[in-house]
Write a protein that binds this ligand. Structure first.
Ligand code: FES
Length: 560
């Protein structure tokens, strides 16, 4: 297996494991809102799991691996042009060990080697009564760890359909867990201070119960100081020296030339990734996943000799295989050329490029080829029905209909491309995983169908007959680009796949069904196809017949 892929998996697995630990730890803190006893009660369960011999080994290994891989990733960077999110993640990662040192000296060294019982009573009393700086440190550490963890987890899940669907729930959790933990810790601290004021023996008893001795305290403090003020600065200093050394070394190395289609040119050392090259040269280059080979937004078309390119690494190969890229399309974050190269970034969705698009520059008008899912939906017989209604009523019904259609699409990672009379065309391409995009489109279709039922109920007295819709969905390659002229231009998708989705939607009329999808889409979404009827249909302009599936009610689609 490719080393990059192994490293990536190790980072994900160790990071996720550590995040799970943090979630349980902070949840335990939040019991302080009730009482210190409640925290101790929660801790008994926490310890049963986390101080189990094997789990402890896994936990500390995960911590060490995550730390080392973080240092390795930092060391591999050839520039420090980072996005705000990357800066936050890296700065928090650098600061966490400093704040963690004191805590680890107690919980790891003190409890395991000095017989100290690091109960909540002890931790709360030792900080709130004796060391208020410790309180600030603990709260800062909690915030840093949480921010770092959430950025990692968000990066890992952001294109998953379930995450997109339940984004609000996840975001609420991101706020609720640390807030409750801080409130719990503060409330326990207040209770401890109050108790120590009322009963001076409380503090001594707590220390005695925790097996605390002055000599142990001194030792822990010494270790903590050594970690924070000797080891930590040494490691950070060593990394900085490494950077400086490499910076000058790279400058003395042979360089290669990277040419961009629009005439920009940059000279970098061999082995620098194209994404890093763009960043170094100040060229805006989309990289939604932060260069981890998960999003494909950094992809470029190579315009020079393909034979001189290094083979794709395993991360890149997987993406290329899954999305069926042409041979000359590569991921800028993974491609590290060894010789001169000419490229053209394929996706430019940032603000700067959007303004270029508004100006109608050549690049934006040329469009990009992407894999996407296209959905068409249309109301059946709406023109006929609207002839018998007042214009005001027609607009009222249409707006109600559009509201839930748009919500269903957007809540499931899609975007409305255009409204065509009473029809809607939507694109689902948020994920680099087409299975996810296909699933998203089907969940959106199901949601539209369910909402339509509710609307029909609501408008029962207004309508002579229920509103009926047709939905067509297909997955394939489309050209995304700016179409039109001047102010009247807008970004849209065109291509065979769009025509096929539209044709499938029209076929729903002939087959009196609510939804018709291509077999290809159903396979990609890995849905249960038993409830669908199948047919072969001819698409205009295509020689071969294509397989399609249809269902009377889209609300009955079963998705795993
Ligand atoms: S930046 Fe996401 S794949 Fe390259």
């Amino acid at each position: 297996m490719d080393l990059n892929l192994i490293i990536r998996y190790l980072r994900i697995v160790s990071g996720s494991f550590l995040f799970f630990y943090v979630v349980t730890h902070l949840s335990n803190h939040s019991l302080g809102i009730i009482s210190i006893d409640a925290m101790e009660y929660g801790r008994s369960f926490f310890l049963t799991f986390w101080r189990n011999y094997f789990v402890s080994i896994i936990l500390y290994s995960a911590l060490a691996i995550h730390l080392l891989l973080g240092i390795y990733a930092l060391a591999r960077r050839k520039n420090i042009k980072l996005t705000a999110k990357e800066w936050t993640r890296n700065i928090s990662a650098v600061l966490i060990p400093f704040f963690l040192a004191g805590h680890l000296s107690i919980t790891l060294y003190g409890s395991r080697w000095e017989g100290l019982i690091d109960s909540y009573s002890f931790m709360v009393v030792s900080t709130w009564v004796f060391d208020f700086t410790g309180v600030i440190f603990l709260i800062l550490m909690l915030i840093l760890v949480w921010i770092h963890g959430v950025i990692g987890i968000h990066g890992l899940l952001e294109f998953r359909s379930f995450y997109i669907r339940y984004k609000r729930v996840f975001f609420s959790i991101y706020w609720v867990i640390p807030s409750l933990a801080i409130i719990g810790y503060m409330s326990a601290g207040m209770k401890a201070l109050d108790k120590s004021d009322r009963d001076p023996s409380f503090v001594l008893e707590t220390l005695a119960k925790s097996n605390y001795k002055e000599a142990t305290g001194k030792l822990i403090l010494e270790i903590s100081d050594k970690l924070q003020f000797l080891l930590y600065p040494s490691i950070v200093g060593a990394i900085l020296c490494f950077y400086l050394f490499r910076y000058f070394w790279l400058r003395s190395q042979k360089t290669i030339r990277v040419d961009y289609l629009d005439g920009m040119r940059s000279f970098v050392s061999k082995g620098t990734s194209i994404l890093e090259t763009s960043q170094q040269a100040g060229i805006t280059h989309e990289h939604v996943c932060g260069g981890r080979g998960r999003c494909t937004t950094c992809r470029v078309r190579v315009l020079s000799d393909l034979n001189k390119l290094p083979q794709p690494n395993q991360i890149e190969s997987k993406v290329i295989k899954r999305l069926g890229f042409d041979k000359n399309v590569r991921l800028a974050c993974q491609l590290r050329p060894e010789s001169d190269i000419k490229i053209m970034p394929l996706l430019s969705l940032n603000k700067e490029t959007k303004s270029q698009i508004q100006l109608g520059t050549q690049r934006s008008l040329s469009g990009v080829e992407v894999e996407a899912v296209i959905l068409f939906t249309d109301i059946r017989g709406f023109t006929r029905m609207s002839e018998t209604k007042l214009p005001y009523d027609v607009v009222y019904i249409l707006n109600k209909y559009f509201k839930f259609v748009v919500e269903s699409i957007e809540d499931n990672g899609g975007r409305v491309d255009k409204f065509i009379g009473d029809g809607v065309m939507a694109i689902f391409d948020i994920s680099n995983n087409m299975n996810e995009n296909c699933k998203n489109a089907l969940v959106a279709s199901r949601s539209i169908s369910k909402s339509l039922k509710l609307l029909n109920e609501e408008l029962k007295s207004e309508l002579d007959e229920d509103l009926k819709i047709g939905i067509g969905v297909h997955a394939g390659t489309v050209i995304l680009g700016k179409m039109g002229f001047g102010q009247s231009s807008s970004e849209t998708a065109i291509g065979d796949s769009v025509n096929i989705a539209s044709r499938l939607e029209q076929l729903t009329k002939e087959h009196s069904c609510e939804i018709m999808i291509s077999k290809k889409l159903a396979d990609l979404a890995r849905i249960n196809q038993k409830n669908f009827s199948s047919l072969k249909t001819k698409i205009r302009g295509k020689e071969d017949e294509m397989d399609a599936l249809f269902m009377e009610q889209a609300s009955e689609i079963q998705i795993n």
